[in-house]
Design a protein around this ligand. Structure first.
Ligand code: CDP
Length: 294
């Protein structure tokens, strides 16, 4: 967070180095169910960031003495892969990774209905495969979707994005160069359903106006991100439906019963009427008959 002004991060038209406006998110893509062994999972691509979130649990907690009698323990494990940044990152967990794991755990615990699963743990693994600034917020966004994929009951999803200061101006979703050269960073976790803030950090010096502008721009960004989270979850169920639905069989028309053939189909055969002869009375006996009788 140098803020040295040596690189022009925003041009006269208000366009940033990567072509975005000051209140624009990076391109975001969220995929659900990427880790088949997990109870729930998600992959987020946000700009050049690639992060995978995998959820396991609720499950038994070891060692048992750490279990909470009245609720589940939420444990997050944020890790940056050694190859996620251009300088090889040490594989040993750093203080930064422990801090990020803790703030994400606390944010998630504020929306998960932990009291439903006393004495258990819900473990959330967050692996950064490629980092380009804003990985803690992108990880929280992915974790929230992965928990929903695992069927963990929550009050609402958390959408998370940072705002920052560049030349004293509030800017949304800083990427790595902006993060390094800008003069302030304000990561936010926001639950649109509750209209509640679940994570708020601040790095740098802000005036009250700059703080308010940054917060407002971050909330607006989080609301946009929330729509992408919802769409990703809906897409999962659309895909499942397409997989399980049996395609409709083409209708086979039953052969019709054969109609009696007529020589000319247009000519309707006339019904044959049987005319019975009227019964006549016995004929009068002839003279000869009479003779016979006599
Ligand atoms: O990632 P986020 O902005 O949430 O956290 P940060 O501590 O402000 O880190 C900013 C960025 O610095 C990371 O996203 C990485 O791109 C980079 N970084 C790095 O290059 N090497 C590290 N060991 C740690 C961070």
């Amino acid at each position: 967070m140098a803020g040295d002004g040596s690189v022009k991060l925003i041009d006269e038209k208000g366009i940033r180095l990567d072509g975005r406006k000051v209140d624009e998110l990076r391109p975001v893509n969220i995929k659900i169910g990427v880790i088949k062994n997990a109870d729930g999972s998600a992959e987020i691509r946000m700009g050049k960031n690639i992060i995978v979130a995998a959820v396991y649990g609720p499950r038994e907690l070891h060692p048992k003495h750490r279990a909470l009698a009245d609720r589940a323990l939420i444990q997050c494990f944020y890790r940056m892969s050694t190859f996620s940044v251009s300088d090889r990152k040490s594989p040993a967990p750093s203080r930064r990774e422990k801090e990020i794991s803790l703030v994400i755990s606390n944010a998630l615990a504020s929306v998960i209905l932990t009291e439903k699963y006393p004495r258990t743990t819900i473990d959330v693994y967050l692996q950064v495969l490629q980092a380009d600034g804003g990985t803690r917020t992108a990880s929280l966004t992915a974790a929230s979707v992965a928990l929903a994929d695992a069927g963990i009951p929550m009050k609402g999803l958390i959408a998370s994005v940072a705002a920052g200061l560049i030349n004293g101006q509030a800017v949304l979703d800083l990427f790595d160069i902006e993060d390094q050269k800008g003069s302030g960073d304000l990561p936010l976790g926001y639950c649109p359903v509750l209209d509640e803030i679940s994570l708020l950090q601040l790095d740098g010096v802000f005036t009250v106006k700059q703080f308010e502008d940054s917060l407002n721009i971050a909330i607006k960004g989080a609301k946009d991100l929330y729509e992408i989270q919802r769409d990703a979850l809906k897409q999962k169920y659309t895909d499942i439906r397409a997989e399980v639905e049996v395609p409709e069989k083409p209708k086979v028309e039953k052969p019709k019963a054969e109609e009696p053939k007529t020589e000319d189909p247009k000519v309707v055969p006339k019904p044959v009427l049987k005319v019975e002869k009227p019964k006549t009375e016995d004929p009068k006996p002839s003279k000869d008959d009479k003779k016979e009788v006599e």
